[in-house]
Design a protein around this ligand. Structure first.
Ligand code: KDG
Length: 318
């Protein structure tokens, strides 16, 4: 009873090697595996957690690149189907020394966006403790929105904890209103939500972590809201009105913030799978987020379990 399941779109990111050069002028790129839920899967795998990643790849070189990257890490690919009639999604990422990098997607009609619940090999929730979902998977197509919703229903029936990271990507929705409606509709069916403070503001209208938490705790089944505030850390409130405020770890040099939220989710879920107290799961989440921002690939900075233990020992003595 310690596995996780997730579903999403694997992407290949072409990260610019040219620092502070706009994408239309950049000429050198490094290729990495990416995609929010894939990042979480890789993060959890490095922390020794087993799970199932559900998705589809095209029968193209980018698809083979992703499959090979996962196989090299020993990640199970039984639920990663190949669609010979579609391509694997990709995106290009700027390299910046300040702020958020600009990104450009080429993912419309990708193999993952065409995935339907009936394409997915049978799932057994018996040993599963966590289903991790993000708003990106739900945004890429109507079929995927429905698949995400069906998985929530199946997981809840099996007593699995459902964690939802809204991972707002306005470019993938037809309008802001449909995005807010769709994400809050899904969030209301989950157990735990992990919004960033800016995402919380877009989804609830308030930038106050407690008001964001109260908005979601008043929506049907949610038990726990964790609001990520980047440099200031994480605020959590549960349905017993217990509040946790965990400061972020100091980072000397931020290289790239993309993938930090997924690192946070991986650290947090690893704590849930190990049945650690909430405070320790939040510390792990913040710590993996701190590792993540110090490297360029979306998931290449995530720590191993030994590195995470050493980091926590050095910084908090636990
Ligand atoms: O959360 C990090 C992701 O944004 C990145 O890996 C790419 O999945 C991605 C997306 O849809 O932007």
């Amino acid at each position: 009873m310690n596995k996780f399941v997730t579903i999403g779109e694997p992407l290949v990111v072409y990260a610019s090697d040219d620092v502070d050069v706009p994408l239309n002028e950049a000429t050198h790129f490094t290729r990495y595996p990416a995609g929010a839920e894939l990042n979480v899967t890789i993060g959890l795998n490095q922390l020794g957690c087993q799970g199932t990643y559900i998705s589809a790849l095209g029968a193209d070189s980018n698809g083979h690149f992703i499959r090979h990257a996962l196989a090299k890490k020993g990640i199970e690919t039984d639920h990663l189907i190949e669609n010979p009639n579609a391509r694997t999604g990709i995106y290009f990422k700027e390299r910046v020394t300040q702020g958020e990098p600009k990104i450009e997607y080429a993912r419309a009609h990708s193999a993952a966006s065409q995935l339907k619940i009936t394409d997915i090999p049978a799932l057994d929730f018996t040993d599963v403790r966590v289903l991790h979902l993000t708003g990106i998977a739900a945004a890429i197509s109507h079929e995927m929105f429905q698949t995400v919703e069906q998985l929530i229903i199946d997981a809840k029936k099996a007593g699995v904890t459902v964690i939802f990271d809204p991972n707002i990507r306005p470019a993938l929705w037809t309008s802001k209103a449909s995005m807010v409606r769709g994400l809050n509709h899904l969030a209301a069916q989950c157990d735990v939500i992990l919004p960033g403070v800016g995402e919380g503001e877009l989804l609830t209208g308030s930038s106050d972590p407690e008001a964001i938490a109260d908005f979601y705790l008043n929506l049907s089944t949610l038990h726990l809201v964790v609001v990520k505030s980047g440099e200031t850390g994480a605020y959590a409130k549960n349905d017993r009105n217990e509040i946790y405020q965990i400061a972020a770890f100091h980072v000397n040099k931020v290289v790239d913030t993309v993938g930090a939220g997924d690192g946070f989710a991986a650290g947090f879920i690893s704590g849930i799978l190990a049945e650690l107290p909430l405070e320790q799961s939040l510390l792990r989440a913040n710590a993996v987020g701190a590792f993540a921002v110090q490297s360029e690939g979306d998931n290449s900075g995530y720590p191993t379990e030994a590195e995470l233990e050493r980091f926590l020992q050095e910084h908090v003595g636990k």
